[in-house]
Design a protein around this ligand. Structure first.
Ligand code: NAD
Length: 484
């Protein structure tokens, strides 16, 4: 079966930074998949805009090569690829100067959706917004898409919001967090709010704690200098993990609308308590044979920046009082895994003689790999020998459960870009949400900087520093295993 495709209106999508890594690796291969799915009307155009001195033919060649390198199986469809490339254009432009802007203004058509993707460093966001305005390229129906990082603290995020707000209304600004474009993340909302089964149990009466893990196997790679100024807290927790926490913990919105959902997420962030220093564990990965350690990777032998962080958070509201949320994320860990584990409480009393094990239902929501969910339930061990109980997962890997109907190829980026064209902001962060997240994050970072907190060592390929295990042990709990 073919998945249902919702058509979009004709659009002109200008990608500032159209020659960059993100555009070549994710955005353009993703748009090609949307083209194949029939979501790019024939009258629509994608216009690359960057500093390189290319013409349209040169840009098409660059994107053809990018799709050959980063695209999926659909790249073999030469006829579609040719037709897609024909809808591409390019303009050499300088975000900080005046070159190229008049030409871009001339290219713009009336009566189509105009979207401008800022796939450049945040220091250029203000320049782009100002010039789009000055050259009358953006109209009141235009949208801008901005990439992370959205600031590095509250002050810079406020400044960035103010810069964009000088030329665009909040309804026109799409702050992207690609985690929100993942199928499973949206499924989390479907499971919570589309079933009678879970919502009645989704509170401190039945849930013992929640774990959110985003583990990577790679180190900081070529991003060393950037990463060392940022660290896991700014790079991952303030945005991705915080968003996952919000969607897990938020109250049901009155409807699935952009502001309704974002209002509820904002309330969660505002209810987050400051985290005690002894509830935070930061780490740096060690060298492993020929593979360099964190400090070598970032070429800073005195770096105190964390490549791993684990923390115990609390949300002070009626639903969650007393239910810890344990977050952890890091580089060079055992496996590449992103999961939300909702661990339910023990039964309290077992009627089965000799059954002393601690049986717990656990709902695991897997973002990667094998997007899906499983629910750990307790059953009788098959065969003779009396009532012996075992815990087994009821596995729902979407690809298996839904067969051809699951749209595995659709990447988060392309899904979100189509939402921009449709004018749907539900899966994008609102300005006040981003600021509230920094407001919670800033004092934690300032705290460990003031204490000169030294990150703990951890072995590459492990589950993180020993102390992060202790964070759980102290509470009589255990991290779920990091496994794909
Ligand atoms: P990149 O360095 O590979 O590309 C930068 C692009 O910006 C190039 O096309 C370059 O020509 C253009 N550019 C630079 N200065 C310019 C100027 N003055 N005028 C016009 N164009 C200019 O960067 P990237 O990795 O593609 O990242 C782009 C943005 O996306 C950054 O904000 C980054 O933080 C964010 N991001 C990237 C990734 C990723 O996987 N690469 C992931 C998440 C977020």
């Amino acid at each position: 079966m073919v998945s249902r495709v919702i058509p979009v209106n004709n659009f002109d999508l200008v990608i500032f930074g159209g020659t960059g890594d993100l555009a070549r690796r994710k955005i353009l291969p993703g748009l090609f998949r949307r083209f194949i799915a029939g979501q790019m009307p024939a009258e629509s155009r994608i216009i690359g805009a960057a500093r390189s001195d290319l013409d349209a033919a040169g840009y098409r060649k660059m994107i053809k090569d990018a799709i050959a390198e980063f695209g999926g199986p659909e790249k073999k469809d030469a006829t579609s690829l040719k037709a897609f490339l024909a809808q591409l254009d390019y303009i050499a432009i300088d975000a900080k100067g005046d070159g190229g802007w008049r030409e871009l203004a001339k290219l713009m058509r009336k009566n189509v959706v105009r979207a401008f993707y800022f796939s450049v460093g945040p220091s250029l966001f203000g320049d782009l917004a100002e010039r789009l305005h000055k050259h009358k390229i953006a109209d009141e129906n235009s949208r801008i898409v901005v990439e992370k990082p959205f600031g590095r603290d509250l002050e810079s995020a406020q400044a960035l919001n103010a810069t964009l707000a000088a030329h665009f209304s909040e309804k026109q600004i799409y702050r992207i967090d690609h985690y929100l474009g993942k199928e499973t993340v949206q499924n989390l909302m479907a499971v919570r709010f589309g079933n009678v089964l879970f919502e009645p149990l989704w509170n401190n009466h039945y849930i013992d704690h929640i774990q959110i893990t985003v583990a990577e196997t790679v180190g900081v790679g070529g991003r060393g200098a950037y990463y060392d100024r940022s660290g896991a807290m700014r790079d991952m927790v303030q945005n991705h993990l915080m968003q996952l926490l919000c969607l897990t913990a938020m109250e049901p919105p009155s409807q699935f609308g952009a502001d309704e959902v974002r209002d509820e997420k904002l309330k969660v962030i505002r209810a987050l308590q400051p985290v005690e220093p002894h509830h935070i564990v930061r780490g740096q990965y060690d060298p492993d044979g020929d593979s360099p350690g964190y400090r070598d990777d970032v070429e800073n032998p005195r770096s105190f920046t964390e490549s791993f962080i684990a923390m115990r958070c609390e949300i002070s509201n009626w639903r969650w009082a007393g239910v810890p949320f344990y977050l952890r994320t890091g580089k060079k860990l055992k496996e590449r895994v992103s999961t939300i584990d909702v661990v339910f409480k023990d039964l309290g009393h077992s009627i089965f003689e000799g059954d002393t094990a601690r049986h717990r239902n656990v709902l695991s929501i897997r973002l990667q790999p094998n997007e899906g969910m499983d629910l750990q339930v307790t059953i009788k061990e098959p065969g003779p020998g009396g009532m012996r109980l075992i815990d087994v997962p009821l596995d729902m890997t979407f690809a298996e459960a839904l067969g051809d109907d699951v749209d595995q190829a659709t990447d988060a980026y392309e899904r979100l870009i189509m939402d921009v064209i449709r004018g749907n902001q539900t899966l994008f962060m609102r300005g006040d949400e981003v600021e509230a997240a920094w407001q919670w994050t800033d004092p934690l970072i300032e705290g460990w900087e003031a204490r000169n907190d030294v990150p703990k060592h951890y072995e590459a390929g492990s589950a993180g520093p020993e102390d992060s295990l202790m964070l759980m042990h102290r509470d009589g709990r255990k991290w779920r295993e990091i496994k794909g």
